[in-house]
Ligand binder design. Structure first.
Ligand code: 6R9
Length: 653
C-alpha cells in the first residue's frame, strides 16, 4: 500500500479484477471497437433494452453548424417504464427494487419489490390519466426523496408524459418559472419534506408558485407528514385518495426512441436556466450501460447513490440506470449529518450496501467530523466507491480511500453533466488504476478532445491542458433545449465548431489520463450544485437598493466553491450588516437556499472595460486572494477601482 500511495496510483486488487465486468484488456479492445465502428458497437449495446419495434438505424448525428441534429435508434419504439419494471417481473418480481431509508433512523425503512413497484406505478399512471395528462404532456415533480418520486417519474414514462423534476430546495419563484417554462399540466408534490430533522413546506411552496398562474394547474399531493396544509379546492388531489379509485393495470404507451423522456432545468452562463431535453431510447441504453459498468454492478448487489432525484444524478443513477438493470437501488430521504455524522455509514451497514456513490462536498463535510463516525460502522459490504459533481481534492479522495474504503475499494471519480445523460469519463473499477482527483479515461464511444481555448486548435499528445470538447455523439447526449433549439446550438456548438463544448477545462497528463480542472464559463459549482453567476446577479439587482452586482466563485473548504458577490448600492443607500442579511435572504427567496451568498462585498465601483463590460477575471482573482496574477488592467475605464476592491476585500476566515 505504501508503494501505491507514493506513486499516487491505486490499482484494484487481483480478486476484484477477476470478477469485474471490464478489465484493462477488455477496456482497450472494447474502447477501440466503440470508436472504430460506433454503429456496430451501439447496435449491440442497444439490445440492453427491450424494444417493442426493434431499431434498424443506429445513429444519425450531426454537430455541423446550422444543422445540429442528434438521433439514436430513431426508428425503434419502446417504453422506458416497461424496461425498468415489467420486463423484470418474471425473473425478479419478489426482489427488492427500491430500499427506502427515511430521514429519521427511528422510522421504518421500506423494501419495495419489483411487483409492488409495478402496481404503484400503474396506479399513479392511471391517476395521471384521470387528471387529464396524456402522451407528450408535461408533469412537474417537486418531491421529497420518497418512493412516490420514483413512481411519478416512471408513471410519466409509462403514459408517455414528459417529467420535469424541480429540486425540493428550490424556492416558489424558481418552481413557478419551471412550471410555466414547460407549460406543465400537473404538479406532483408532498405536504412536507422532512430533511435533517426539519420539514420544508412543499405544498405551501407550490401554492405560492402557482399564485399568478392563469391556467388551472392541477396538483397531486402525497401525504408524507400529515401536517396541516392549505388546500386549493377543485384542483388539488390527495394521491392516496385517487389511488384507491383506480386499477393498477395501465398498459405502457409505445414511444419512439427519440420521444422526450424528461426535461431538466440546469444553470448556464446566462441568467435563464435551460430546459435540457433527454430522449427515451438512447438515454436509457446509456444510463443502464454506464450504471452496470462504471459501478461494476452485479446481480444481487445493493447499490446506493446519495443524490437527490432533483439532479441528473438522481435521474440516471437512482432511478433509470439501476432499475433498467433490475438492480436494488437505495433511496435516502435524509442528509449525511443527521442525527449525526455517522448516518451514511449506518445506512451502508444496515442495508449491506455494495456500491456507494456520493459527492465530494459530503465527503469534505464528513471528513471534518473525524473518522470515529466511520469506524464505528461495519462497512465490509462495500465493493466500489464513487464520486460525482465536482472535482475532488486529493485530501478528500485519500480520506475516502483510506477511512471509508480501507484502502481496498476502487474509487470511480465520474465526470459528466446534466447534458450528457450519463458518465463520459471515469475510471472503470476493474480496468484502471486510479489517481486521486483524475477522471482518467473516456467511457466507451466517447471521444474527448482538448482544445487551445482561444484558437480552438486541437492539442495533440499528452501533457496538454485546455478546454474539453467531445468530437462525436453518444446515445445519452441531450437532444435540444426545450423549445429553443437555437440556444442549444449557441451554447454547446458555436464556440468550437464541429464539437460539443462541455464548458469544462481539462488536462491530459503524461500518461494520457484526464483531469477535469473546473468550469471555464460563468458557472460555479457550490456543493456539487451548478449555479450560473448570472442567476445570482439577476436576483441581487432585482432588489430595490441594488444598482449593480457581479458574482464569482472562490475556494471554499466544504462547498468546493463559495458565492462571492460584489454589490454596488443605489445612490443614497448605506451599506450595513442588516442590508447584507436582507440581500442574502432575498436571494434565498428568489432562487433557493443553495444560492445563498457566502460573502457580500460593497463595491462603490466595478472594474469595467471602456465598453462597459465587467472584467470578471479580475473580480475572480480578488475573491481568490490572488492579486499577483491580476493581469493587464490597463484596458479598464477606471483602474483605481481595483485597488479599492482589494483594500475592502472580505475577510474569509
Ligand atoms: C453530474 C453532474 C456538471 C458539472 C461539470 C463539471 C462538474 C461533475 C465532476 C465534475 C470534476 C467530476 N463535475 N462531475 N468536475 N470531476 N467527477 O454533476 O451534472 O449538475 O450538470 O454538473 O459539474 O464542471 O461540467 P451537473
Amino acid at each position: 500500500m505504501t508503494d501505491k500511495t507514493q506513486s499516487g496510483i491505486f490499482p484494484a486488487s487481483a480478486e476484484f479484477v477477476a470478477n469485474a465486468h471490464v478489465t484493462a484488456e477488455s477496456y482497450a479492445s472494447m474502447y477501440a471497437d466503440s470508436v472504430k465502428d460506433p454503429d456496430a458497437f451501439w447496435a449491440e449495446h442497444g439490445k440492453r433494452v427491450d424494444w417493442i419495434k426493434p431499431f434498424t438505424k443506429v445513429q444519425n448525428a450531426s454537430f455541423a453548424p446550422g444543422n445540429i441534429d442528434i438521433r439514436w435508434f430513431e426508428d425503434g419504439t419502446l417504453n422506458v417504464a416497461a424496461n425498468c419494471i415489467d420486463r423484470h417481473l418474471e425473473t425478479r418480481g419478489e426482489q427488492t427494487a427500491i430500499i427506502w431509508e427515511p430521514d429519521s433512523p427511528e422510522e421504518q425503512a421500506l423494501h419495495i419489490t419489483y411487483r409492488e413497484l409495478h402496481e404503484q406505478v400503474g396506479k399513479m399512471a392511471n391517476v395521471f390519466k384521470g387528471l387529464g395528462v396524456g402522451k407528450g404532456d408535461r408533469v412537474v415533480i417537486y418531491m421529497p426523496m420518497i418512493p412516490e418520486a420514483a413512481y411519478a417519474m416512471l408513471a410519466c414514462a409509462r403514459i408517455g408524459a414528459i417529467h420535469s423534476i424541480v429540486f425540493a430546495g428550490f424556492s416558489p419563484d424558481a418552481l413557478g418559472a419551471r412550471v410555466n417554462g414547460c407549460d406543465a399540466k400537473l404538479v406532483i408534490t408532498a405536504d412536507h419534506a422532512p430533511r435533517g430533522g426539519r420539514a420544508t413546506k412543499l405544498k405551501d411552496n407550490v401554492n405560492q408558485a402557482l399564485l399568478h398562474e392563469t391556467r388551472d394547474v392541477k396538483c397531486l399531493v402525497v401525504k408524507r407528514t400529515g401536517d396541516q396544509i392549505a388546500w386549493r379546492a377543485g384542483v388539488d388531489f390527495w394521491w392516496h385518495e385517487e389511488a384507491a379509485k383506480v386499477s393498477a393495470d395501465c398498459p405502457p404507451e409505445e414511444m419512439n426512441a427519440e420521444d422526450p423522456l424528461f426535461i431538466l432545468y440546469t444553470s448556464g452562463s446566462t441568467g435563464q436556466p435551460k430546459g435540457v431535453v433527454h430522449s427515451s431510447g438512447g438515454y436509457l441504453v446509456y444510463a443502464a450501460m454506464t450504471h452496470e459498468i462504471t459501478f461494476d454492478y452485479h446481480d444481487g448487489d445493493v447499490y446506493w447513490c446519495t443524490a437527490d432525484v432533483g439532479w441528473v444524478t438522481g435521474h440516471s443513477y437512482i432511478v433509470y440506470g439501476p432499475l433498467a438493470n433490475g438492480a436494488t437501488t437505495l433511496m435516502f430521504e435524509g442528509v449525511p449529518t443527521y442525527p449525526d455524522a455517522s448516518r451514511f455509514w449506518q445506512v451502508c451497514e444496515k442495508h449491506k450496501v455494495n456500491q456507494f456513490y456520493t459527492a465530494p462536498t459530503a465527503l469534505r463535510a464528513l471528513m471534518g467530523q473525524g473518522k470515529e463516525f466511520v469506524e464505528r460502522c461495519d462497512l465490509s459490504s462495500l465493493k466500489v466507491l464513487g464520486t460525482v459533481g465536482e472535482p475532488i481534492n486529493p485530501e478528500a479522495w485519500n480520506w475516502y480511500n483510506d477511512v471509508v474504503g480501507k484502502g481496498e475499494r476502487p474509487i470511480v471519480d465520474t465526470w459528466w453533466q446534466t447534458e450528457t445523460g450519463g458518465h463520459l469519463m471515469t475510471p472503470l473499477p476493474g480496468a484502471h488504476a486510479t489517481k486521486p482527483g483524475a477522471a482518467m479515461k473516456p467511457f466507451f464511444g466517447i471521444e474527448p478532445v482538448v482544445l487551445e481555448p482561444t484558437s480552438g486548435a486541437v492539442l495533440e499528445g499528452n501533457g496538454v491542458e485546455g478546454v474539453l470538447c467531445i468530437s462525436s455523439s453518444w446515445p445519452g447526449q441531450m437532444r435540444t433545449v426545450w423549445e429553443d433549439h437555437e440556444r442549444f446550438e449557441k451554447t454547446y456548438f458555436s464556440d468550437y465548431k464541429g464539437y460539443y463544448f462541455t464548458g469544462d477545462g481539462c488536462r491530459r497528463d503524461e500518461d494520457g489520463d484526464y483531469w477535469i480542472t473546473g468550469r471555464v464559463d460563468d458557472v460555479i459549482n457550490v456543493s456539487g450544485h451548478r449555479m450560473g453567476t448570472a442567476e445570482v446577479e439577476s436576483a441581487l439587482v432585482a432588489h430595490a437598493k441594488v444598482a449593480e452586482a457581479a458574482v464569482v466563485g472562490y475556494p471554499h473548504n466544504i462547498k468546493g466553491q463559495g458565492i462571492y458577490c460584489y454589490v454596488t448600492l443605489m445612490n443614497g443607500e448605506e451599506p450595513s450588516e442588516a442590508l447584507r442579511k436582507e440581500l442574502r435572504d432575498f436571494v434565498r427567496q428568489e432562487i433557493g437556499p443553495i444560492a445563498s451568498p457566502d460573502l457580500i462585498q460593497w463595491a462603490p465601483g466595478l472594474p469595467k472595460t471602456r465598453s462597459g463590460k465587467i472584467m470578471r477575471r479580475i473580480l475572480r482573482k480578488i475573491a481568490e486572494d490572488d492579486y499577483g496574477a491580476l493581469g493587464d488592467i490597463s484596458t479598464l475605464a477606471d483602474p483605481t477601482v481595483v485597488e479599492e476592491l482589494i483594500d475592502n476585500r472580505m475577510n474569509k476566515d
